[in-house]
Design a protein around this ligand. Sequence first.
Ligand SMILES: [Zn+2]
Length: 350
Amino acid sequence: MKPNCDAVELLRSLIAIPSVSGEEKAAADRLFDYLSEREAAPQRSGDSIWFDRTGPVQGRTLLLAAHIDTVAPGDGWSMDPFGAVEREGRLYGLGEVDDKASAAAFTICGLEVRPPAGRLIVALTSGEETGKSGLIELLDLIGPVDAAVIGEPSSLDICIRQRGLLVITAVARGRAGHAGRPEDTVNAIEVAASDILALSKIDPGSADPFLGASKSAATVISGGSAHNVIPDRCEFTIDIRTVPGRSHDEWVRCLKEALCSEIHPHSGRYRPCSTDESEEIVRRAVQANFRAELIGSPTASDWAFLDVPTVKMGPGNPLLSHRPDEYIEVGQVTRAVDVFKRLAIHYLGG
Ligand SMILES: [Zn+2]
């Protein structure tokens, strides 16, 4: 008898296998076996898995990518985060919406779709939550793609904008001395304070219609060593949530011009992303789920590493990500499979 392909059953089994970032091996093994049993010829790189379906004639390549790792379970769970408990049409567990429901729905979509042309690739990747994106490694192995769907919870709305993230370490320098004789000193904490106030006066650039304006905030600060020493160094962190229209290099230039502190960018890979509404992948996504809205997303994802037209969409309420008692409506998982199948057939057959 042929093994069945049930997205909810697959999701339940994935929830029962803990896969906190860095410990995805057992979940990757499960998916590899699941796909092998169904003769999908999966391939593996580390703890990331992918398989493809090729149509009868040449055509475009569509990538569906979701991650299989989760954050660690936080406090506040009222049930076993790996129990996959079902209550009143909801399935509870760590990673239900972020991102195992998308991973399960893409897997079943890939198994069931017969591409009318071209190639459908499903990637189920590790390391997303810690920035050690398994998708980056896979992209070299998979080869070029024409468009992508990043599966992340959006209640199946179609996300066509995504905020970027730029983290800066700023170092304010001063001249140390005795606090009783401050005349010859420059207080690095005061330099930092004035720069932090200046931060809010930097022009954030033009606002995005879906995301609004870029936002910056000083989020960590440290400086000084004793109450009677004027400090010569104060370090602070600036967190900038960027929007399309100004690159991270331009942001660094703006900060260097506006602030006295040294500016050291140390996490800028999560660039802001946007896909124009006129792109075919957007139109096909709308066609596949006509009830969906076009939205922007404040959180970063593997989309940042793709340079082809991409939409981010998946089952589940994004507000439940990384929260205790995370759950998904069971009906949305099966609906997601249907939406992704329609999207793949429309895009590859178009
Ligand atoms: Zn995610």
